[in-house]
Design a protein around this ligand. Structure first.
Ligand code: ADP
Ligand code: MG
Length: 364
């Protein structure tokens, strides 16, 4: 898909399973909304196809697709009350009033707005308005609901509540949700499957766990969750592949055969996977710059001997917080390390699921 000379979607290929909560995740401008709008029929594709249970969707007008959309801006009618907003489509279709009442009641119950029928839109909070918009979108029982940053206008607390509720609603309704967000935490909270996009290109498709544990490239590693990015080297010695981290070498027995050679690499280690070794004399050498006690966990900010900084999350020990300036040794299980080429384009570890490998392998 291009807008004039600007190609905004390139090689976008993915499947959506029935009843799946699937999320398009990526920074602003990466093409999430455009992808959604093509599925909805609000935007045309220059090439390629979109099929729904084998049927070519691009030939079906938007209003005849079994798809409905919820936008960030609620697009509600301010001069109508909640009931009439939700009933709007049914009234247009001249559905008998008794049935309208039943269906509106059921939809409002689903979104937690029983008893709000008579309220006017301007008497509602942002969260309630979005609930009305969702009730209106599900009233016709669409097979697929497209949601484009629907919680973007809500404050953080309301957003967190709605995330959990939306996921529950999706399960109860048995409707496939295709969700768009730039917020990785939101994507992790709600999704069965996440499609990570950047610059109109899919970076990786997978479950939240797969993306967190085995990101396909450095972009995915840093976009999803927090991680320590460490300049390192691979060294092959006596048939063993060693990863040279600051002040310490660990054996990596899971590097792809063709990639295991002497080279510069980028290692990525999650803060909770670096473990402070007690009374140790070897490990990744680091010096504590700061310790932040957060109850259950303590965050340590450290630097390595090469000057690179890192963050460590440890369960708080009952008696001691490690003081600033202390030299410590860190351990890490090698299977928790991801190793990328020097450009960060490729994960060199075996068994990284990418594109729709996840689907082919039936992993879910
Ligand atoms: P996202 O939803 O991920 O933030 P969009 O799909 O809205 O991204 O936009 C992708 C790119 O396409 C952006 O560079 C945006 O400026 C451009 N774009 C989107 N819609 C139009 C349009 N109607 N005309 C021209 N450019 C557009
Ligand atoms: Mg958008």
């Amino acid at each position: 898909k291009s807008f004039e000379d600007n190609r905004v979607l390139k090689d976008i290929t993915f499947y959506i399973r029935n009843n799946e909560f699937i999320t398009l995740l990526g920074p602003s401008g990466c093409g999430k909304s455009t992808t959604l709008r093509i599925i909805a029929g609000f935007e045309t594709a220059d090439s390629g196809e979109v099929t729904f249970e084998g049927e070519n969707l691009l030939k079906v007008p938007a209003h005849k697709r079994h798809i409905n959309t919820v936008f960030q801006r609620y697009a509600l009618f301010p001069h109508l009350n909640v009931f009439d907003n939700v009933a709007f489509g049914l009234h247009l279709k001249k559905v008998p009033e008794k049935e309208v009442k039943e269906r509106v009641s059921k939809a409002l119950a689903t979104v937690g707005l029983e008893g709000y029928e008579k309220r006017y839109i301007d008497q509602l909070s942002g969260g309630q308005m979005q609930r009305v918009a969702i009730a209106r979108a599900i009233i016709n029982k669409p097979r697929v609901l497209l949601l484009d940053e629907p919680l973007g206008a809500l404050d953080l607390k309301m957003r967190k509540e709605m995330q959990i509720e939306l996921k529950q609603m999706q399960r109860e309704l048995g409707i496939t949700f295709v969700y768009v967000t730039h917020d990785q935490e939101e994507a992790l909270t709600m999704s069965d499957t996440i499609i990570v996009m950047k610059d109109g290109i899919i970076q990786q498709i997978g479950t939240p766990k797969i993306l967190y544990q085995r990101p396909a490239n450095l972009f995915v590693a840093t976009f999803i969750g927090r991680t320590n990015v460490i300049n390192a080297e691979l060294k092959v010695k006596n048939g063993k592949t060693m990863l040279a981290l600051p002040g310490y070498e660990v054996e990596m027995n899971n590097i792809l055969k063709d990639e295991a050679k002497d080279r510069k690499v980028i290692a990525s280690i999650r803060p909770e996977e670096l473990v402070v070794k007690k009374d140790a004399t070897e490990g990744i050498k680091a010096t504590v710059d700061d310790a932040v006690f957060l109850g259950l966990n303590t965050h340590y900010f450290v630097h390595f001997e090469n000057g690179e900084r890192a963050e460590i999350i440890q369960e708080s020990l009952i008696d001691s917080i490690i003081e600033k300036g202390t030299e410590i040794y860190l351990g890490v299980k090698t299977e928790k390390i991801n190793v990328f080429d020097e450009e960060g384009n490729k994960n060199l570890v075996e068994g990284v699921l990418n594109d729709y490998d996840v689907y082919r392998n039936g992993d879910k």
